[in-house]
Design a protein around this ligand. Structure first.
Ligand SMILES: *Cc1c(COP(=O)(O)O)cnc(C)c1O
Length: 338
């Protein structure tokens, strides 16, 4: 295996082992690690016809002292349970989820990038309806899998600020599935992101679909803003995916940086008052946003297009410092794997 850790993109690289467990007759089997990366399904499997699938995303990090850890996997396990309930899928128990994550990372330990390379081992737990369905109804059989892939930064160009546009598409309906990690949310975001890229923007900044006046999030990351008096704020909405990175950053802002942090409704017409903006998520980590374009109306944040704002940089350094073992973590945030 020859991997150029420093130049890795965010793409799939096949690793040696993956975890598989099957749900049949109302129960999960014992699960196993396998080298087989193929999934063979009936042509009418629930996932193929009615998109009954969901996923999680997390990372394993190599710490400064050479350990391999992951970050708050209990929250991924819980969020997947919430997602499965919303999609009428069986839930995979939290303790088994965490054990499976540990086992699959241990088996692929040589793919965990070295400390300081900027790369990490991405971990993708997911589940789908696997038996044939014809009428619109939940499947009876499911497969839960976890694969891993070494990844570099999500946005090319690393920590350079990006530009968002406010699209003419919605992401989530008020009582829909925006708050869960359902595959269907991403299928319908693909047209909007391809269109954004065509128009020269990096990502979409979705508004609430009921009133189209309030900021929600992007297709795959939550958003934070910093006010002129250094308060960290993030949109409050029942249709935003509850990002573990965002929840952790709000804690870091308060308890490590001594800043005020608040979740509240944020109107699109007030973003010109803020001095910094950034996207946050496991894949994006914390990516600075330099500019937002809303149908010709440009908001250029004072932090500019060259480098992250001061608070964004501090939040990034503190969170990644915690993940890489350089800064002491709050109780229970770091799960040691090896
Ligand atoms: C996964 C995801 C996020 C980020 O969540 P993390 O738990 O921080 O990785 C944010 N928004 C959407 C829509 C997502 O799918």
């Amino acid at each position: 295996m020859e991997i150029d850790w420093k130049n890795l993109g965010f793409g799939y690289i096949k690793t040696d082992y993956r975890y598989v467990s099957n749900f049949k007759d109302g129960r999960w089997d014992d699960g196993e690690l396998t080298t087989d990366d193929k999934v063979v399904l009936n042509e009418s499997a629930g996932v193929l016809q009615y998109a009954q699938t969901c996923f999680e995303g997390m990372k394993a990090y190599r710490t400064v002292d050479g350990k391999v850890v992951c970050f708050r996997p209990d929250l991924n396990a819980k969020r997947m349970i919430d997602t499965c309930k919303r999609l009428e899928m069986p839930t995979f128990p939290e303790d088994r989820f965490i054990e499976a994550v540990k086992a699959v990372v241990k088996k692929n330990i040589d793919y965990v990038p070295p400390y300081g390379s900027g790369a990490t081992l991405y971990i993708r737990p997911y589940m789908f309806g696997s038996n044939p369905v014809m009428g619109v109804k939940p499947a009876d059989e499911y497969q839960f899998r976890i694969f891993t892939s070494p990844v570099g930064p999500y946005f090319k160009g690393g920590i350079k600020p990006i530009t968002l546009r406010v699209p003419d598409f919605d992401r989530a309906a008020p009582l829909g599935t925006g708050h869960v990690k359902a595959g269907l949310n991403y299928a319908m975001s693909l047209h909007a992101i391809v269109d954004a890229h065509k128009q020269g923007y990096n990502e979409n900044m979705y508004l609430d679909s009921a009133t189209r006046t309030k900021v929600e999030e992007t297709g795959g990351a939550n958003i934070i803003f910093v006010t002129k008096d250094n308060k960290v704020i993030t949109p409050k909405s029942s249709t935003i995916l509850p990002s573990i990175t965002r929840r952790s950053l709000m804690y870091v802002a308060k308890h490590y940086l001594g800043l005020e942090a608040e979740e509240r409704e944020i109107r699109i017409d007030e973003i010109g008052n803020f001095k910094e903006c950034a996207l946050c998520g496991t894949a994006a980590v914390l990516s600075p946003v330099g500019k937002v374009v809303d149908h010709g109306k440009e908001t250029l944040f004072p932090s500019g297009m060259e480098k992250p704002g001061e608070i964004t940089q501090k939040l990034y350094d503190t969170l990644t410092g915690i993940q890489m073992g350089k800064i002491e973590a709050p109780e229970g945030w770091i799960c040691e794997i090896a």
